[in-house]
Design a protein. Structure first.
Length: 762
């Protein structure tokens, strides 16, 4: 649900207009020969299924009888079948969600596109999802309306009573001739007099209260919009009140549900730790290879862990007194006193207990950080460690980053020949803006204008952008282009066997510690299995166009990836636990090689499955083929730790909320150890002042019968701690345990959820 940053296109090159027109005319001719068999209109935005059936002639020349045959043949086998009038099916193209553009889409990264309108008007998915905007009533508005209705009802009760009394008195005083009561008719008694009584009692309705409340709402809204502390200088954005009716609701808030990423943190990801799985013995005495404490068994398996140093500009920004930040990872931890002893209930994780300030009071926080990854160490790893090379490949190509390039002009050009390597150094005189993180090769035009290409990445996941930019800078693996069926990657080390590459970009490869001669490699994308919450994995299947050998790269959480690996994973598991204990977002990468025969066979099976016209059978077959890529035959290649710093003054804000007796919940999809470390650094829970209890089923499945009594016992422990009343109580619960609690112990879970001081859901 986060906003996606799209690259804005430049001005449209009108010289391409004739080609665009010819392409549009050609597509129009093809479209006139095509029938689009799509699913019925629905409001589901994440699903779309259809088939494009291309015939050998325009549909206008097909008789109605043959048109009936067209639709009746959509569920048949995927073979071109001749029609009764001679019309033949040339192609059947499977259509999915990747081929769908909803009506509110904005084409931002391309100057134009071609599309076929399938759903129009109210049948469009976006229009079917629209609902009437509900009226927002605050609690005070509801109470005021109820009081007004009660007073109004009481007023009419008085009116009726006074009308009856008036009629009785009029009847009793008929002998009073001077009152002229004999002239009264029934409209006067039962219509006009009630109206007079109603007007006399109209002061009972509190109209002034309503006006006063509206004026107070307006004043509070203006104070919120004028608040300097709610102004963001970076984006030049002030607070905006969208509903003035809800301003006084801020004083009635009891529960605060906060997402971690982007709400508590900056949502600015930076790679801080990287672990390479190696097959080299750690007793070789080579200190440059990193931390060898995480060595495993088996085939002399070991893990090399390195830290990624921040940029000088980044360090100056972090240390700037104008904008202090509370760190959520790395070396900037919240410090806890040794006494008193924290009140902590340990979790039941399969890979060991959580190693964090909230779960391991005896943890050694004085352990030295891993060595920094220098360019020489990176070069040595990539040259000597195949798994390190595969980790770089996995990070560079197993992502959904979109690549865009922009030509920029430099202010001053200073040419410095370093040892005859032909290296150029450029100085920018256009202000203090730091150079872009990823810059392509330099081109000098004939007019003397110095220009270079700045390459930027955009993705729905900021973690992917941080990883791709980090390896392009520290490992010199640059993602050049990404298409649906191919990826272009610049590899830092020249190979004896040249790869397929682009002449321009290959000749302009960067020099430096890796030397000249870096080549551009082209990889064929055989298949991509996007990330899903139920799998927790993302998989990409690539093929070398020269050797036709395939490689499968898988990434995800350690709980999902490590069980699929056959190689030794103890070292990576310990490294991931250390990353999480430092508050870093962790990812584990694994790979598997495939033979050309298996790769080509899988491609053929996927092409056949994608062309099926039966939607249910197509989905089942495609999912079955995708599951073959994630079989438990993988080799772990490494892990990464990404830092996402807390926003400024987040701990102070959470302390103020908890002091106001508000229950604060942090919701995140990170690893448990990462979540509890962030909770400690953000003052969401203090192990010296709170009881911290873990609700966890360990390695059990939520459907296992053993999980139900375990969760019940842990919920009972939380309830007992709340009833004791001597400490504030917080608990940490993950997804599997939450499912068990909501399905089997809903009443108890709701009860303790409303009484705990804070909670972490991960």
């Amino acid at each position: 649900g986060r906003m996606r940053e799209l690259v804005q296109p430049g001005p449209l090159d009108l010289s391409m207009a004739p080609d665009v027109i010819r392409c549009a005319q050609h597509l129009s001719e093809v479209s006139s020969c095509t029938v689009y068999d799509c699913e019925a209109p629905s409001r589901v935005l994440t699903s779309f299924h259809g088939t494009a059936i291309v015939f050998d002639r325009p549909l206008a020349n097909i008789t109605p009888h043959s048109s009936h045959d067209i639709h009746s043949s959509s569920g048949s086998q995927n073979k071109p079948a001749p029609k009764q009038d001679g019309t033949k099916v040339l192609h059947r193209i499977s259509l999915g969600i990747n081929e769908l553009l909803v009506s509110t889409s904005v084409i931002a990264s391309m100057p134009y596109t071609f599309a076929v309108v399938v759903y129009t008007g109210n049948e469009a998915k976006i229009h079917r999802c629209r609902r009437p905007v509900p009226v927002k009533w605050s609690v005070i508005d509801r109470l005021t309306n109820r009081f007004a209705i009660a007073v109004f009802m009481l007023q009419w009760a008085f009116v009726i009573a006074l009308t009856v009394v008036s009629a009785v008195q009029s009847h009793d005083h008929l002998d009073s001739w001077y009152l002229k009561l004999h002239d009264l008719d029934w409209p006067t008694l039962w219509v006009y007099r009630p109206i007079r009584f109603f007007l006399l009692l109209s002061i009972m309705v509190p109209l002034s209260v309503k006006v006063t409340l509206e004026l107070s709402k307006f004043y509070i809204s203006e104070l919120i919009e004028w608040d300097v502390d709610l102004y963001d200088e970076q984006t030049d954005t002030a607070a905006s009140v969208n509903s003035r009716a809800l301003t006084e609701e801020l004083g009635l808030v009891q529960f605060v549900m906060a997402d971690k990423t982007g709400t508590l943190t900056e949502n600015s990801m930076r790679l801080r730790r990287i672990a390479f799985a190696t097959h080299q013995s750690t007793s070789d005495g080579d200190a440059d290879h990193g931390d060898d404490a995480a060595s495993g068994g088996g085939e002399n398996n070991s893990v090399k862990v390195f830290s990624i140093a921040p940029d000088p500009a980044e360090e100056s920004q972090q240390n700037s007194p104008a904008k202090p930040k509370a760190a959520a990872g790395g070396t900037k931890h919240a410090h806890f006193e040794a006494d008193p002893e924290p009140h902590i209930d340990v979790s039941m994780r399969e890979f060991g207990v959580p190693d964090s300030p909230l779960s391991s009071p005896g943890r050694d926080r004085t352990r030295p950080p891993p060595p920094k990854l220098s360019m020489s160490k990176a070069r040595r790893l990539l040259e000597n460690e195949p798994m390190a090379l595969h980790l770089a490949y996995a990070i560079a190509m197993n992502n959904s980053c979109e690549v865009s390039t922009e030509q920029i002009h430099t202010g001053n050009l200073s040419r410095q020949n370093s040892k005859g390597s032909g290296h150029f150094e450029y100085s920018h005189s256009g202000g203090d803006t730091p150079p872009p993180p990823v810059v392509a090769h330099v081109r000098t035009s004939s007019s003397g204008v110095n220009a270079k290409l700045r390459r930027s990445y955009a993705s729905t996941s900021p973690d992917e952008v941080a990883l791709v930019e980090a390896i392009s800078k520290h490992l010199n693996f640059v993602l050049l282009r990404r298409a649906k069926r191919g990826i272009a990657l610049r590899y830092p080390k020249s190979r004896t066997a040249a790869k397929l590459g682009d002449a321009d970009e290959g000749s302009a490869s960067t020099s430096g510690v890796f030397g000249r001669g870096a080549k551009v490699e082209h990889w064929t994308v055989v298949g991509v299995v996007p990330f899903s919450s139920d799998r927790g994995l993302m998989t990409v299947f690539l093929q070398d166009p020269e050797t036709e050998e395939g490689v499968i790269y898988v990434k995800g959480s350690d709980e999902r990836v490590l069980p699929l690996c056959t190689s030794q994973t103890d070292g990576i598991a310990r490294a991931v636990d250390d990353f999480a204990a430092d508050g870093l977002r962790t990812l584990v990468f694994a790979m598997r090689r495939t033979t050309p025969e298996w790769t080509n066979a899988w491609k053929q099976h996927m092409a056949t499955a994608s062309a099926l016209t039966d939607v249910e059978k197509r989905q089942e077959t495609v999912k079955s083929l995708q599951r073959e890529l994630e079989r438990p035959e993988l080799e772990v290649v490494g892990a990464t730790g990404v830092e996402d710093e807390l926003q400024a003054e987040v701990p102070e804000a959470i302390k103020a909320l908890r002091k106001a007796n508000m229950r604060v919940w942090m919701l995140t999809g990170d690893k448990r150890e990462t979540a509890v470390t962030i909770a400690a650094t953000s003052s969401l829970a203090n192990p010296q002042e709170d009881y911290i209890l873990h609700i966890d089923i360990g390695a059990l499945h939520p459907e296992d019968e053993e999980a139900v009594p375990i969760v019940a016992q842990q919920l009972k422990a939380v309830q007992d701690a709340i009833d004791a009343g001597d400490k504030r109580v917080s608990f940490v619960i993950d997804g599997p345990a939450l499912n068990v609690a909501m399905e089997n112990h809903m009443d108890v879970f709701l009860s303790i959820s409303q009484r705990v001081s804070s909670a972490v859901c991960c």
